[in-house]
Design a protein around this ligand. Sequence first.
Ligand SMILES: C[C@@H](c1ccc(Cl)cc1)n1cnc(-c2ccccc2)c1-c1c(C(=O)NCCN2CCN(C3CCCCC3)CC2)[nH]c2cc(Cl)ccc12
Length: 100
Amino acid sequence: ITCVRSNKTLCFVFQLRPKPPLLKILQVAGAQGETFTLKEVMHYLGQYIMVRQLYDKRQQHMVYCGGDQLGELLGLESFSVKDPSPVYDMLKRNLTSAAM
Ligand SMILES: C[C@@H](c1ccc(Cl)cc1)n1cnc(-c2ccccc2)c1-c1c(C(=O)NCCN2CCN(C3CCCCC3)CC2)[nH]c2cc(Cl)ccc12
C-alpha cells in the first residue's frame, strides 16, 4: 500500500505484484517495474491487445486471444470486453498484494 496525498485528502493506493507470466505480458505493452495499481494493469493489458492486434477490427469489443500468451493466461480463445469477468478471474490468479 502506498499513501498518496492529493488536494488535502489521503488516499491509499494498493500496489499489486503480477506473477511472472502476467508481468511478461505487461512488459510487452511497455510496463516498467514490478508492482502496479489495478488501473495500470488494465491500461497495459489494453495496450497489449492493441499492440498485438488481438481485437477484431470490425467488432472492436471482441478480443481473439487464442494462440497468444494472453489466451493461455485467460484459458480462453476469445472474449468480449463487455464481459470483464474472465479477466478479473485471471487477475485474481495472477496478482498478489505487494504489501506482503
Ligand atoms: C473499458 C475498457 C475495459 C477495461 C478492462 C476490461 Cl476487463 C474490459 C474493458 N476497455 C474498453 N475497450 C477496451 C479495448 C478494446 C479493444 C482493444 C483494446 C482495449 C478496453 C480495455 C482496456 C483499456 O484500458 N481501455 C481504455 C480505453 N480503450 C477503449 C478502446 N480503445 C480501442 C478499441 C479498439 C479500436 C482501437 C481503440 C482503446 C482504449 N484495458 C483492457 C484490458 C483487457 Cl484484458 C480487455 C479490455 C481492455
